[in-house]
Every structure is written in structure tokens, then in C-alpha cells.
Design a protein around this ligand. Structure first.
Ligand code: F0G
Length: 459
């Protein structure tokens, strides 16, 4: 059959309400043109994130009833530990309430001001946690990763020559660890090949630098390796994931993605000293090491979800959804990052709205137009999220201006996506009428979440 069907049927439904075009204009104005400040009930197609927004399976809900809420050493912890151990084969396993808690503790126990952390691309919270302790987050994405029109299989790879240079320039002493993000969320959800992880491993190991995987979407990365990398067709997703983790010294993970749960994260590592330092701060910040900020039932749901994410039919369905969207964008010549990644379609706002200069935020222009047109909530990954300021305080744009349509796991059906295509179609037709924005308020850190905008006039 040509059609990939959802490998599940729906047992519980959640109503969606549509508000009118006029109401959407009013809501967006009240939200200071920042879709993070909208009420979720006013966003019928909410593609803000694929994080924590997935639907759990019957197996997960059933497992939750088995939650053992003991403070220490619960049965739920043991089941969770067993699953994470099988996937990562790491010696020390620590649950955290979400991914950024693991990043925060890792950065606090290992980084000093002036340290350098190389990564293919840091996610915003990872960057913020590195920078918060005075260290420098360096993105070393391969050149292909910056060209959104190029259709090559592993655009999330790290530029290994620049990694070597970085180690020569700064010295091993200033690099307490190196990270690699799979898949590379901020660069279009692009996968990293095992060959690249292996080379990064060889380089870092030669210099005695630990390698930490940001593993939020490890299962999607494993699927894309199976599909695209020579020699992996016959391997199971579990085997590929195990090979990925075997090349690392540790990993941070937001289970809100490929853990298929609504909350949860973990940190794993092999080094006893790092584990000791991590454990001490974990107890202070998150809780006892066998629950780390999560309920026993959360650990149960994650233990099941982490395995379900590695099921072939689940990954096939998920990737069929993004392919379905991308072929329809192709039909209309709407510019997006090629090839489509695992968890989202990233529209290229620079090409979609070439008349809006980067510092007038074309991404925000497109995000807001999609909301007004059809109540679709998306997110800007461009100069608002990743722009920076030089020493004189001048704002510098980000290299890419993307709008991410993130796909929550197992939540929307094909007709929701057909509706989304219609909305995109309408906005594409009206693109010349879309204007830029100006920031009127911004906080010091992670400004995109809470900043306020106003519309710029069109002339
Ligand atoms: N690393 C990556 C690659 C991520 O995508 C995220 C979260 C995190 C770390 C932090 O995990 O949210 O559990 O604290 N990404 C979400 C997103 C928020 O929308 O892409 P967290």
C-alpha cells in the first residue's frame, strides 16, 4: 500500500475550538505579537513545540498505575534504570525533571568562566546554561548545515576540522567536554551520522575531552541513520541507538521528545567523579537520585515511552508525516530546509519574506501571519532566538531565519495537516503584504519567550 497509516487508533479525544479571524488578530495584539504569550486554547493547531506535547499510549497509561511513589529506590526507578541502561549502557543514570535541569547541573559542576563548549549547534537552553556560568558555547555545524536548499543526508554533522582547530586554539584545558546534538534541532532537525559521531569521538578522545550527547531526539536520529547511512539498513533502531551511545562518555536527555512523555529528562555518564558531583547537586536541585524531580508514575511512563520511540512502525509513521508535509510544500515552491528533519518542518523565512531584513525579524512576520490566517502556532528560530550583541551593544542577526512547525507526537491526524497546508498556501499568496517587527521589551536571557513586539510600518 502507498499510504502509511497511523500505527494506533484514537481512544480519547480532546476538543479543539476555532476562534474567528478577527478574534485571532485581537488575541495576538494582546499577546504583544509574541505567540508564546497566547493562550493555548486559542491555538487549534499548536506546532509551537514537539516537546512534552505528545500523546501517550495505552501501555504508558497502564504503566502509570504501577507507579511506585517511594522516596528512595522505588520499583519504578528500577524499571526506568533498566530501560535507560539497555539503551545507553552507561554506568550512572540520573533522572531529572526535564532536559535543561540536566544541562544546568552539568554546566554548574563542570564549567568555569572562559571555558569553551563545542557542539554542532547548541539548543537555546543548552547555550543559556553554558553562558550562565560564564563559559562560551561554540557552534561548529558543518557548512552544508547552513545551506537550507542543499539536499544531503546528514546536515547535522559537526565540522570536524573546525573542532580540531578549536582544540588547537583554546587548548584541551579550556574544553571540559564537547557536545553533539542528535538530531540537530536548531539547524533544522537534521540528523548526525554515526560516521561523524565516530570521528568526533576519535578527536575528542585523543585530547582527553569527554563527549556528551544531547540525546533529545536520539530515536529519530537512529531512524534517519538506518534510512540514510550505508551499512545500517539491517540494524534495529535499538542497535543503532546503542552504537551512538557507545561512542559517548555521557548524555543529557529531554524525555519530552523521544521519551514520549509529557515531562522528564535524564543525565547519564560513565565517569565516577562526574557522577559524584552531579549526584550532589541533583539532590539539592531536583531530589533524591532515584526520582530526580519526577513522580514514580512519570518514570514508569518514560520507561515504556523510550522503547516505543524505537519501534520501527512508529518512526515510519512519524517520518511519513513530515514527508507528507514537505511534498506539499514542494508542490507550491514554499522554501523550507531540505531534506525534512525528524520532528518538524522548518520554513526558510529569509526566502519566504526576502523583503524583510533579518533585524526586522522575518521569522516573527511569518509566525504571526500563520497564526492570524489559521490559528496555527509555530516558532521562530532566527534572529530573535539566536541573534547576539557585539561589544558595542549592536544587535547581530543569526545565520538562519527559520520558522519551525514542530509536530507533536501521535497528536494530529492527516486532515489537520491538510488544513495546515491550506493556511500556508494562503500566507504564501499574501507574502508581500507581510511586514517586519520591532522589539519593545526584552529580558536579559532567552528573550524570545517573553519579549514584546510591535509591527513596523510597511514603507
Ligand atoms: N536540547 C535540545 C536539542 C532540545 O530541543 C531541548 C528542548 C532541550 C535540550 C531542553 O530540553 O525542554 O526538556 O528542558 N527543546 C524544546 C523545543 C523546548 O521546543 O525544541 P527541556
Amino acid at each position: 500500500m502507498k499510504t502509511t497509516i497511523e500505527p494506533f487508533r484514537i481512544k480519547v479525544t480532546e476538543p479543539l475550538q476555532q476562534i474567528s479571524h478577527r478574534e485571532r488578530i485581537a488575541r495576538l495584539k494582546e499577546a504583544r505579537y509574541n505567540v508564546f504569550l497566547l493562550d493555548a486554547e486559542d491555538c487549534p493547531i499548536d506546532l509551537l513545540t514537539d516537546s512534552g506535547t505528545g500523546a501517550m499510549s495505552t501501555q504508558q497509561w497502564a504503566a502509570m498505575m504501577l507507579g511506585d511513589e517511594s522516596y528512595a529506590g522505588s520499583r519504578s526507578w528500577k524499571r526506568f534504570q533498566h530501560t535507560v541502561q539497555e539503551i545507553t549502557d552507561m554506568k550512572h543514570i540520573f533522572p531529572t525533571h526535564q532536559g535543561r535541569a540536566a544541562e544546568d547541573i552539568l554546566a554548574t559542576v563542570r564549567l568555569r568562566p572562559g571555558d569553551i563548549i563545542p557542539n554542532n549547534s547548541h539548543f537555546d537552553t543548552t547555550r543559556a546554561n553554558v553562558e550562565f556560568v560564564g563559559a562560551i558555547a561554540l557552534d561548529l555545524l558543518c557548512a552544508e548545515g547552513l545551506d537550507s536548499n542543499l539536499d544531503t543526508p546528514f546536515k547535522g554533522n559537526m565540522d570536524v576540522e573546525r573542532l580540531e582547530e578549536c582544540i588547537q586554539t583554546y587548548g584541551r584545558e579550556r574544553i571540559p567536554f564537547c557536545m553533539i546534538t542528535v538530531t540537530n534541532n536548531t539547524g533544522g532537525g537534521q540528523p548526525v551520522s554515526l560516521a561523524n559521531i565516530r570521528t568526533v569521538r576519535e578527536i575528542t578522545a585523543r585530547h582527553g575531552i569527554p563527549l556528551i550527547i544531547d540525546a533529545c531526539r536520539f530515536a529519530e536520529n537512529a531512524y534517519l541513520i538506518q534510512q540514510r547511512e550505508e551499512g545500517y539498513k539491517a540494524k534495529s533502531l535499538m542497535e543503532i541507538a546503542q552504537e551512538m551511545f557507545s561512542l559517548a562518555d555521557g548524555a543529557t536527555m529531554s524525555m519530552k521528545k523521544d521519551g514520549l512523555v509529557n515531562i522528564g529528562g535524564f543525565f547519564v555518564c560513565n565517569d565516577d567523579n562526574l557522577a559524584e558531583d552531579f549526584r550532589n547537586l541533583l539532590i539539592l536541585r531536583e531530589g533524591f537520585p532515584t526520582y530526580g524531580g519526577l513522580a514514580g508514575r512519570d518514570l514508569e511512563a518514560a520507561a515504556v515511552g523510550l522503547r516505543e520511540a524505537l519501534e520501527e512502525d512508529y518512526q515510519e509513521y512519524r517520518h511519513a508525516t513530515v514527508r507528507y508535509l514537505s511534498t506539499r510544500l514542494d508542490d507550491r515552491n514554499i522554501p523550507y530546509v531540505r531534506p525534512v528533519g525528524g520532528h518538524a518542518v522548518f520554513i526558510d523565512a529569509k526566502q519566504f519574506l526576502p523583503h524583510i531584513p533579518p533585524l526586522h525579524y522575518p521569522g516573527i512576520g511569518l509566525v504571526n501571519a500563520l497564526y492570524i490566517e489559521g490559528g496555527v502556532r509555530s516558532v521562530e528560530l532566527g534572529s530573535v532566538m539566536f541573534g547576539s550583541f557585539d561589544e558595542e551593544g549592536n544587535e547581530r542577526p543569526a545565520p538562519l531565519e527559520l520558522v519551525r512547525l514542530a509536530i507533536p507526537r501521535r497528536v494530529y491526524t492527516q486532515s489537520h495537516f491538510d488544513y495546515l497546508i491550506e493556511v500556508l498556501d494562503e500566507v504564501w499568496k499574501k507574502r508581500e503584504e507581510i511586514g517586519g517587527y520591532r522589539i519593545t521589551y526584552q529580558p536579559k536571557l532567552l528573550r524570545h519567550f517573553t519579549c514584546h513586539f510591535e509591527q513596523r510600518s510597511m514603507n
